[in-house]
Design a protein around this ligand. Structure first.
Ligand SMILES: NC(=O)c1ccc[n+]([C@@H]2O[C@H](COP(=O)([O-])OP(=O)(O)OC[C@H]3O[C@@H](n4cnc5c(N)ncnc54)[C@H](OP(=O)(O)O)[C@@H]3O)[C@@H](O)[C@H]2O)c1
Length: 343
């Protein structure tokens, strides 16, 4: 079944997982970007029944999901975890609504486009009702890789991430706050979300371990990047680390290219690309920091320098807000692009 949005002035929009870290941000982003919303419907679990969330000065009640709940909805932004997406995204699509799904459930499905609007907007043309939003650490990386790939063809990328706890969701943010407070008050530390204390610590472990010794998060960065860039020849290896930061993922990128590209050329190429801000004046202590990039839409790039150990190599440090560009904003931008494409 071909599912297309119809041209309208305003759309009925749903956020599934509205009470979560990403869902909350989706509601805020729809409002901030003045998305053409005729009516907003909010869904979460039974636990949230009775709650309301504010959207443009109105209190919107949170509902639970059922077979008929998507009837009449034009666009549904999902961020309620892979299990819920597996069951409910097809139900929503069958009701004629276009789903933008934030979970990992559909990302590598060959029938589902995986889209970052700045990188592969044309992939939206072949969706069949579900569009996948990539992993947060992948989105900010591909935004930077694409213009460099176009200019100098990337051979290999070595990425190390420094990912905030909001990437795990609300409970993890509460855990970091609680552990930090407990430690500073000489109280014993409780661990519920992560296998180790996250406060004042770094965990080289995001998502579960796979047979090859990598984590699922690391392999998401490898596989999703190839799908979004449409190029399997790019070599990628990742180490993903959870750090005691509330918001924003930072990444160290080492990029080897086929063609020589200098740091100045990289800055020039990236500064004319969409969604990127070059923030790179180390002599004045200027480089991207998580605390400065929180709530920003763009991916910030700094510390651009040559990798002097190889012939064609570049190192850089990139930071983006994982809840915004890494999740909610990218989903809303996909919805905006879909509307633009309505004939
Ligand atoms: N955090 C990030 O940076 C990020 C980035 C990209 C993608 N994602 C993905 O986005 C999804 C949500 O992540 P999050 O960080 O926002 O998690 P979260 O803070 O734990 O929120 C989870 C949301 O899912 C809802 N939910 C749980 N069970 C449900 C059910 N049975 N029916 C309906 N809703 C249900 C929760 O509702 P209640 O409040 O009622 O429990 C809550 O609204 C995940 O798939 C995650 O992988 C997250």
């Amino acid at each position: 079944m071909e599912i297309k949005l119809k041209k309208k002035d305003k759309y009925i929009v749903a956020v599934v997982g509205a009470t979560g870290a990403v869902g909350n941000e989706m509601v805020a982003t729809l409002e901030q970007k003045n998305f053409p919303v005729e009516k907003l419907r909010l869904f979460a679990s039974e636990r949230s029944v009775g709650k309301t969330l504010q959207f443009k000065d109105t209190d919107v009640a949170v509902e639970t999901l059922d077979e008929g709940c998507f009837k009449g909805i034009d666009i549904a932004l999902f961020s309620a975890g892979a299990e819920r997406s597996k069951i409910w995204a097809p139900v929503a699509a069958k009701s004629g609504c276009v789903v933008v799904d934030n979970s990992s459930q559909w990302r590598m499905d060959p029938g589902v486009p995986l889209v970052v609007p700045e990188v592969n907007p044309d992939d939206l043309k072949w969706h069949k009702g579900i569009i996948a939003n990539p992993n947060c650490s992948t989105i900010q990386m591909v935004i930077v890789l694409k213009p460099i790939h176009d200019a100098a063809k990337i051979k290999r990328v070595v990425v190390t991430t420094f990912q905030s706890v909001s990437g795990t969701g609300k409970k993890a943010m509460d855990e970091l706050l609680q552990q930090t407070t407990d430690i500073l008050n000489f109280r014993p530390v409780q661990k519920n979300v992560y296998p180790h204390q996250i406060a004042f610590n770094c965990l080289p472990h995001i998502d579960k371990f796979l047979e090859n010794g990598y984590t699922k998060e690391e392999m998401k960065m490898v596989n999703e990047t190839k799908k979004i860039m449409g190029d399997d020849s790019i070599g990628i290896t990742a180490t993903t680390v959870r750090v005691p930061v509330f918001r924003c993922h930072s990444e160290s990128l080492n990029i080897e290219t086929h063609k020589k590209i200098t740091p100045n050329e990289v800055r020039a190429v990236l500064s004319s690309a969409k969604g990127i801000i070059i923030y790179d004046a180390p002599e004045k202590n200027i480089y991207p920091l998580a605390i400065d990039v929180a709530d920003k839409d763009e991916t910030y790039v700094g510390r651009v320098r040559e990798d002097e150990s190889i012939e064609n190599g570049i190192n850089m440090w990139i930071v983006a807000d994982n809840l915004r560009k890494g999740a909610a904003l990218n989903a809303v931008q996909i919805a905006e692009k879909l509307i633009e494409m309505v004939d």
